[in-house]
Design a protein around this ligand. Structure first.
Ligand SMILES: [Zn+2]
Ligand SMILES: [Zn+2]
Ligand SMILES: [Zn+2]
Length: 778
C-alpha cells in the first residue's frame, strides 16, 4: 500500500551553517530548476531557508541532493525539513534577505565535521588524536551553553584559557576556528582520564583512551563521558558483556542503542535507505531505527542487544572522542544512556561514580563540564518522511514557529517522556527529552531545564500550561509556581502539537491514540477523536471503554487487560475459553482473584485506550502475557505482521448516540466532551478470538487487527466529514498503523497530517499545551 501523496506539497528546508557567500543560493536555484520545482530561497540569520513545491517523490530527491551536492565551500551544520500544504508558488526566486531582526537561537550540538575529522587522524597535525577537536562548523553548543550571548565565558569552556596558537586561530577571520567558542587543543583544552570504580585515576590522555578500549575489548562495562552525558558502553558482539549490562541496569528486554564505526559497517548489519543514510551521516547524527539484515555479518551483533526485535537503533560517532574510540576498536558497541532506569542521564563525573556504582567497571571521563543533559535523539523513517521519536541532541532546543506571536507561555509537558516548551514571540522552543518524572533526580532535571529556558530566553512566562492529571508532578509544579495556570486535556495536546508543527489551521479532526491520558469523565482515555474548529475543540468519538483490573498492573500484564476485555465482550463465557492463550496464562488461584476483581469492579478503572487494545490483542493472539517495558506488546504485535500482506480486517460497530438536547457542555481543559459516536470493538474481539481458536498465524491476526483499527478511524473521519485528519499519540509510532492510516485516509479523499520533527508520543505534549493557550483553546 503506497503512502505517496499524489497532490503537490510544499517542502520547507531550514539549513544552518556556513552557507552564505559560497554560492549556496544559486546552487539551490539550479537544483530547483533542474527538478522543475517552484518556490524560493532566502538567507536567514543562521543559514538559509528554502521552500519548494512539487510532488513528494521529486521533493524527496531535492532534499537528498541539497545536502549531498551542495557547493564544496558550504558547510551544513544542521538541516531540518518539514512537508507542509502547498500554497501555489508560480516560479522559483532568490529572495532578498529581510535583514533586521536577529533571533538569538541557541544552537544544538553539531557532529564532528570532515575537516576536524581529517585533523584528528593526521599524525602531523597538532590536534592529532585530540578528543575535543572542534571548529566553527562543528562541536558542542547546547550542551556547554550556560547563558547567552554564546561567548566562551558563558560556556563550560570558561575555565580553559586558550593557548597562543588557539588564540591566533580564534582571532583570525580567515581561520576555520574564528570565534569558535569551544576551540581547544592538547596544550590548553580539556583532557581525558580513566578512573576506577572508586574514582581513582588510572591513566591520562591518550593512555586513558587506549586503556578504556582494552577494557571494552575484554568485555568490561565502561562508562564514557560524552557530549550531553554518560554512555554505558560494551562490546556489541559479546553476549556475556551485553547480558551483564542488562543485569546491572535491570533492563531485561528493552533494546539497547548501538554505535557503529562507519556507514559501511551499518550497511552490513542493517537495511539502510537513502533517507536513513542521510540521517546517520547528518550533523544531527541521531540514533536511527533500521531493519536488521538476516545475513551472517548481521549476526555479529548479538541478539541480546535487542531481543526478538527486527530493528536496531544505530548511530555513528558524533564527537572526536567517539570517532577515536570506534576507529581503534573497529567493531560496534552498545552505547546506552549512563543512568539507572527512570533516572536522567549522568553528566558529572564525580556524581557518575556514585550514581553508576555497581554498573560500570571503569569510567572514561574528561574535565569539560556538561552544562545540561542531552540524550541521543531517535528517528525512524516512516511514510517516506523522518519521524522523530525522541528529540534531544542535534535538534533541541530549535523552535517550532507559530503563525503569530504569543505571550510567553510555558508548557510543562506530561509525566512520561517529559519535555517542556516555551513560547517567545512566534517561536516555541522545545526542550530536550527530560524523561519519565518518576524519580527525584528526574524531577530535578525537569526544574533545571525550565530554569535554564527562562534564563536563556530572558522570558517570564505569564501563563503555565499543564496536563489535566492532578497527580502529575509536572501539574503540581505548574500550580506551585504561582503564575496563572491552564489545564490542557492530554489528547487535545497531542492533536495540537501535530497541528502546530505542520502549520495546520482548524478545522481538522484529530485522531489521538496512546496508552494513557487523563480523561474528563473519570475514565482513562487513549482512543479519542477530537474535532478542532476555530476557537473550540470537542471530543466527537471514542472507543467503548473496558476495565483495567489492577490499573497499572494491567499495563505490565497484557493478559489482565485481555481478560477484562473478553469478560466485557463474552461475559461469563470468557472464563471457559481454555484454548485462548489469555486464560491459559493464569493459574486457578489467579483466575479466582481476577474474576472477583472484575466482577466487583475493585480497583478497575475503565479505559478507552487503543494502546491497551494492542496489549489485549497481543495476549489473545498468544504473543505476550507480561511486558518488561512500556509498549512492548504493541511493538511485538507490529513486528509479527512483517511479511503479511492483506487488506482483510476485523470489523467494529459504530454506535451513534443521540446528540443531547439543549446546549453543548462547557469546555473543560480546553475540550468540550460530547462524544456522539462510540466504536464498539466487540465484533473485532469476537473475530480475533475465532481466529485464535482456529490457530491462525499471529501475523494474520495482527494484520487484521491493525487494519480493523484503521478502518474504524477512516469510518469516523467519514462521518465527521472534516477533510484534514491529524494523527497523533504514541500509537502512531507504529509504522504499519501510521502508513496504512495515511493510505486509507487518502483513498477516502482525506488529507492526513502526522508528526515529523516533534514526537507523536508524550514528548510532544508540551508543544501542544503551549499551542492550546496561544490559540485560546485552554
Ligand atoms: Zn569542525
Ligand atoms: Zn590550545
Ligand atoms: Zn499520550
Amino acid at each position: 500500500m503506497t503512502t505517496a501523496d499524489p497532490a503537490p506539497q510544499r517542502l520547507r528546508v531550514q539549513i544552518r551553517g556556513a552557507v552564505q557567500g559560497v554560492g549556496f543560493r544559486p546552487f539551490v536555484y539550479r537544483l530547483a530548476s533542474d527538478l522543475a520545482l517552484r518556490g524560493w530561497v532566502i538567507n536567514s540569520s543562521s543559514g538559509v531557508v528554502i521552500e519548494v513545491e512539487g510532488t513528494s517523490a521529486v521533493l524527496d530527491r531535492f532534499l537528498l541532493r541539497v545536502a549531498r551536492d551542495c557547493p564544496p565551500r558550504a558547510i551544513v551544520q544542521g538541516l531540518e525539513s518539514a512537508y507542509l500544504d502547498a500554497v501555489g508558488f508560480t516560479g522559483f526566486e532568490i529572495r532578498e534577505s529581510a535583514g533586521g531582526e536577529k533571533t538569538a537561537l541557541v544552537l544544538p550540538d553539531i557532529a564532528t565535521c570532515s575537516d576536524c575529522l581529517a585533523e584528528l587522524f593526521d599524525p602531523a597535525n597538532r590536534r592529532s588524536r585530540y578528543p575535543f577537536t572542534n571548529c566553527t562548523n562543528c562541536g558542542p553548543r547546547f550542551s556547554i551553553i550556560e547563558a547567552l550571548p554564546y561567548d566562551r565565558p558563558n560556556t563550560t569552556m570558561a575555565g580553559f584559557p586558550m593557548c597562543e596558537a588557539c588564540l591566533r586561530e580564534y582571532g583570525d577571520p580567515l581561520d576555520r576556528r574564528f570565534h569558535a567558542q569551544p576551540n581547544a587543543c592538547p596544550a590548553c583544552g580539556p583532557r581525558l582520564e580513566l578512573w576506577d570504580a572508586e574514582g581513582q585515576c588510572l591513566a591520562e590522555r591518550d593512555d586513558a583512551l587506549r586503556a578504556a578500549e582494552a577494557r571494552i575489548s575484554d568485555g568490561a562495562i565502561v562508562a564514557v563521558k560524552g557530549l550531553g552525558g554518560f554512555h554505558l558502553v560494551v562490546d556489541a558482539r559479546s553476549d556475556a558483556a551485553v547480558r551483564r549490562l542488562r543485569e546491572v541496569k535491570t533492563r531485561e528486554e528493552k533494546p539497547f542503542a548501538l554505535m557503529s564505526p562507519s556507514l559501511a559497517s551499518v550497511v552490513e548489519t542493517c537495511e539502510v535507505g537513502d533517507r536513513e543514510a542521510r540521517l546517520l551521516t547528518s550533523p544531527e547524527a541521531p540514533i536511527v531505527l533500521l531493519r536488521r539484515r538476516s545475513s551472517a555479518s548481521a549476526a555479529a551483533i548479538v541478539d541480546s542487544v535487542a531481543p526478538g526485535n527486527p530493528y536496531l537503533g544505530v548511530m555513528l560517532p558524533y564527537t572526536p572522542l567517539h570517532h577515536l574510540l570506534l576507529r581503534d576498536l573497529g567493531f560496534p558497541i552498545v552505547a546506552t544512556s549512563g543512568n539507572r532506569s527512570d533516572e536522567p542521564i549522568c553528566t558529572d563525573e564525580r556524581e557518575a561514580v556514585e550514581r553508576l556504582r555497581g554498573l560500570a567497571d571503569v569510567f572514561l571521563v574528561h574535565n569539560r563540564p556538561i552544562a545540561r543533559h542531552v540524550d541521543d535523539s531517535i528517528v525512524r523513517v516512516a511514510a517516506g518522511r523522518d519521524l522523530v521519536l525522541r528529540r534531544a541532541r542535534g535538534y533541541a532546543p530549535l523552535p517550532v514557529s507559530l503563525r503569530s506571536a504569543a505571550p510567553p507561555i510555558l508548557g510543562v509537558g506530561a509525566h512520561l517522556k517529559n519535555c517542556v516548551a516555551m513560547s517567545v514571540g512566534a517561536n516555541v522552543f522545545v526542550s530536550q527529552h527530560v524523561g519519565d518524572l518518576e524519580t527525584v533526580e528526574a524531577f530535578g532535571a525537569f526544574e533545571s531545564v525550565i530554569n535554564a529556558f527562562e534564563r536563556m530566553y530572558e522570558a517570564a512566562p505569564s501563563v503555565v500550561a499543564c496536563d489535566a492529571h492532578p497527580d502529575y508532578l509536572s501539574t503540581a509544579y505548574a500550580r506551585r509556581r504561582g503564575s496563572p495556570t491552564r489545564t490542557v486535556q492530554h489528547h487535545l495536546a497531542h492533536v495540537l502539537s501535530a497541528m502546530a508543527e505542520n502549520e495546520v489551521e482548524p478545522p481538522a479532526l484529530g485522531v489521538s491514540w496512546d496508552g494513557t491520558g487523563f480523561g474528563l469523565d473519570g475514565t482513562i482515555w487513549g482512543g479519542e477523536f477530537i474535532a478542532v474548529v476555530s476557537g473550540s475543540a470537542s471530543r466527537v468519538a471514542t472507543f467503548r471503554a473496558f476495565p483495567l483490573p489492577g490499573g497499572d498492573r494491567s499495563v505490565r500484564e497484557p493478559r489482565r487487560t485481555a481478560m477484562a476485555l473478553l469478560c466485557e465482550v463474552f461475559g461469563d463465557e470468557a472464563w471457559k475459553m481454555e484454548e485462548v492463550a489469555t486464560l491459559a496464562a493464569f493459574s486457578e488461584p489467579e483466575r479466582r482473584i481476577l474474576r472477583t476483581m472484575i466482577e466487583r469492579r475493585v480497583n478497575s478503572p475503565r479505559t478507552s485506550s487503543v494502546g491497551r487494545l494492542f496489549d489485549a490483542a497481543a495476549s489473545i493472539a498468544g504473543l505476550r502475557q507480561h511486558v518488561r517495558f512500556e509498549g512492548q506488546a504493541a511493538m511485538e504485535l507490529e513486528f509479527a505482521l512483517e511479511g503479511t500482506k492483506t487488506d482483510e480486517f476485523y470489523p467494529v460497530a459504530i454506535v451513534e448516540a443521540r446528540p443531547s438536547a439543549g446546549e453543548a457542555p462547557p469546555a473543560v481543559a480546553g475540550l468540550i466532551d460530547a462524544p456522539v459516536r462510540t466504536i464498539d470493538v466487540a465484533p473485532l474481539v469476537r473475530a480475533l478470538v475465532a481466529d485464535a481458536r482456529a490457530g491462525l498465524p499471529v501475523g494474520t491476526m495482527s494484520a487484521r487487527f491493525h487494519n480493523g483499527l484503521v478502518e474504524a478511524a477512516v469510518e469516523i473521519a467519514r462521518r465527521t466529514a472534516l477533510e484534514r485528519v491529524v494523527l497523533s499519540g504514541g500509537c502512531f509510532q507504529n509504522r504499519y498503523l501510521l502508513e496504512r492510516t495515511i493510505a486509507r485516509l487518502r483513498a477516502g479523499g482525506f488529507r492526513p497530517v502526522w508528526h515529523q520533527r516533534i514526537p507523536p508520543n508524550d514528548g510532544g505534549i508540551a508543544l501542544g499545551q503551549v499551542a492550546a493557550v496561544a490559540w485560546k483553546l485552554a
